[in-house]
Design a protein around this ligand. Structure first.
Ligand code: URA
Length: 242
């Protein structure tokens, strides 16, 4: 985003309300630029990188203009969708982030019954870099299994020949580390539908619980409880591609 834009349009696109609501906020002095109220929201303001430090809405610093990127500790039982029935990951975020244009999207999906590190962004280029199979960004899962491992799973996953049911292209090689007789860490570079569950199904096992602990070198922080989120720092984004 660059140039200048009407303040009411900018704030409406960032989810602060309709243009009318934003105008009303401005009229009552709730929108401040450089410490002074901007009472006419139809005025144009220059888009500068430091705007979030200069503009406040109802006493709070402006959200990032574009390129909002978050990590969420996805709890069990919520769906990565904008519109399906039941609890959605977007309901865990502030209302105004759900109204942003361009919209926030999850970077790939985790199943409703998978927990762990989920990224969200409104930055389409960033999203595509993370999910592009060409860039081989690793996704690290811990799977808890219904039955003991047989011992040949790691070799099967590493072979690059495993064909999942209903597919025509084999999976790229994946790494499996045994953690206990009935749990394993699996590191994949693709994001196929129900991939880890289907990989174990192909070995005659069943995944009882699945948790994503890491993407690239970005690990879910231990102090980020299920349901909590945090904005990604530039160092976090670099870690994804490290
Ligand atoms: N693999 C799965 O089976 N489910 C997920 O949610 C992620 C990877």
């Amino acid at each position: 985003m660059s140039g200048s834009v009407r303040l009411d349009r900018l704030l409406a696109n960032m989810g602060y309300g309709s243009r009318n609501e934003v105008q009303q906020l401005a009229r009552i002095g709730a929108v401040m630029l450089d410490g002074a109220p901007v009472r006419d929201a139809s005025q144009k303001i220059a888009i500068t990188a430091d705007l979030p430090t200069r503009l406040t809405v109802q006493g709070e610093a402006l959200d990032p203009l574009a390129g909002l990127a978050l990590m969420l500790h996805k709890p069990l039982g919520v769906t990565c969708s904008h519109k399906e029935a039941g609890p959605l990951v977007y309901n865990l975020l502030p209302d105004r982030w759900r109204r942003r244009e361009p919209a926030l999207s999850t970077v790939g999906r985790l199943d409703k019954e998978t927990s762990g590190l989920l990224l969200l962004t409104d930055d389409g280029a960033l999203l595509h870099r993370i999910i592009s199979p060409k860039l081989h960004v690793t996704k690290h899962y811990v799977a808890t299994l219904a039955r003991p491992l047989k011992g040949d799973e790691a070799a099967l996953f590493a072979a690059g020949t495993l064909m999942l049911e209903g597919e025509t292209k084999p999976l790229a090689p994946a790494v499996m580390e045994t953690l206990s007789p009935t749990s394993a860490r699996v590191i994949v570079t693709e994001g196929r539908y129900h991939q880890v569950r289907r990989m174990f199904a192909a070995t005659g096992n069943h995944v009882d619980a699945l948790h994503r602990e890491r993407i690239g070198a970005l690990t879910l922080p231990a102090d980020l409880a299920a349901g909590e989120y945090r904005q990604l720092s530039p160092a976090d984004i670099a870690a994804i591609f490290a």
